[in-house]
Design a protein around this ligand. Structure first.
Ligand SMILES: Cc1ncc(COP(=O)(O)O)c(C=O)c1O
Length: 396
């Protein structure tokens, strides 16, 4: 019997990935993917994994011993965070300002937690005072927040104040940093975050499939005092730690993904976290100057804009879909579209990790400008690139 498919070597187009993730790979990270395979308990593999743990502590700015990478995408880290700290019946206060806050609420409900939603209109940050007031009123066991909401390009401010309020009532604070870790400030210990997770494929600059996570003492204490077992085998923190720290087989980690994550984290260490945050900040400013020159409107308000993901409102005269298709077909550039209430109304541009680079920004602005002119917008020739270059000239 045959499946009727002719043998062939697959080819994939070369894209410039400037969407909400995955982001562009550094060529060295891409090369690491093709190193020879190793067994998941090989001493050489164990050494690389121990390095990853230390590099993750550096990237999360934490001393937490319980720091590792979950085998799976960002959602698996999200589920690991919640499945370990939430017990059925726990009151879980969830901050929701977009798609991923809502996902936190959905997972909480599946785990039997009582969801208490604190919401902001999509496109706005949640008022920290409102979260703090609700924490005092509800006295939850767990508080969950998204630091960088990828669906809207909004950053949640004042995590450290929210953390103090959570700790006053004995709650564990879980924070999603999928679109911020390695791109803009995240300081787990200083901000008092008890469980923090991310994903490989955004500002870390690795492929998707290994997702960083860290647990502090308060979270570990809650896990140790559980009266019900963790419902997942694959995501049970104690089993994962036995594998990462004591080499007890739990699952077969992907060797190429381990090499790539190591290389990507090593790049972060070489660049230095502060320099990396600064690079993302300057590139965001340059891109925004170009966007402003094109007379395009942004969704997120000035004080709550991410440096790593920019959301541009589209209008009916040129459909979002048209812009994205032309960027892809004519320039081989991928950007994201809107989701949820912003479906068809938003461009989502990721300037993350290796992708946050001057030459990519200039390329994207030039392409956007030409698409807008083609569709009749009165945009002066070269205006966006010139505006971005001005930022670079003064930023140096
Ligand atoms: C803020 C946030 N949380 C969680 C996730 C889920 O990550 P993944 O798609 O890797 O499962 C994403 C993905 O974009 C995200 O942006």
């Amino acid at each position: 019997m045959t499946v009727g498919i002719q043998p062939r070597t697959i080819t994939v187009p070369k894209r410039l990935l400037l969407g909400p993730g995955p982001s562009e790979l550094d060529p060295e990270v891409a090369r690491a993917l093709s190193l020879p395979s190793l067994g998941h308990l090989d001493p050489a593999m164990v050494e690389i994994m121990q390095d990853i743990k230390r590099l993750l502590q550096y990237t999360f700015v934490t001393r937490n011993e319980a720091t590792l990478a979950v085998s799976g995408t960002g959602t698996s880290a999200m589920e690991t965070a919640l499945a370990n700290v939430i017990e059925p019946g726990d009151k879980v206060l969830v901050g929701i300002m977009g798609y991923f806050g809502d996902r936190l609420a959905q997972i909480t409900a599946k785990l039997g937690g009582q969801v208490i939603r604190v919401e902001a209109e999509w496109g706005k940050a949640i008022d920290p005072d409102m979260i703090i007031a609700r924490i005092k009123e509800v006295t939850p066991q767990v508080v969950c927040l998204v630091h960088a909401e990828t669906s809207t390009g909004v950053v949640q401010p004042e995590i450290e104040h929210i953390s103090s309020a959570a700790h006053e009532v004995g709650a564990v604070l879980v924070v999603d940093t999928v679109t911020s870790l390695g791109g803009q400030p995240v300081k787990v210990d200083d901000w008092g975050i008890d469980v923090c997770y991310s994903a490989g494929q955004k500002c870390i600059g690795a492929p998707s499939g290994l997702s960083p996570i860290t647990f502090g003492e308060l979270a570990l204490d809650k896990i140790n005092k559980r009266t019900t077992p963790v419902s997942s085998f694959y995501l049970d923190l104690n089993l994962l730690r036995n594998y990462w720290d004591s080499q007890q087989y739990h699952h077969t980690i992907s060797a190429p993904l381990v090499y790539a994550l190591h290389t990507a984290l090593d790049k972060i260490q070489q660049e230095g976290l502060e320099n990396r945050w600064k690079r993302h900040e300057i590139n965001q400013r340059a891109f925004l100057a170009g966007v402003e020159a094109l007379s395009l409107d942004l969704l997120a308000e000035k004080d709550h804009r991410l440096n790593t993901l920019i959301t541009i409102k589209t209008t009916e005269d040129i459909a979002e879909r048209t812009i994205r298709q032309e960027l892809l077909n004519d320039y081989s550039i991928e950007v994201g579209g809107g989701i949820g209430p912003f479906q068809g109304k938003l461009l989502r541009i990721g300037l993350m990790g290796y992708g946050s680079r001057r030459e990519f920004i200039i390329q994207l602005l030039a392409a956007l400008e030409s698409i807008l002119r083609k569709h009749g917008r009165p945009v002066p020739e070269g205006c966006s690139v010139a505006a971005a270059m001005k930022v670079y000239e003064t930023a140096l």
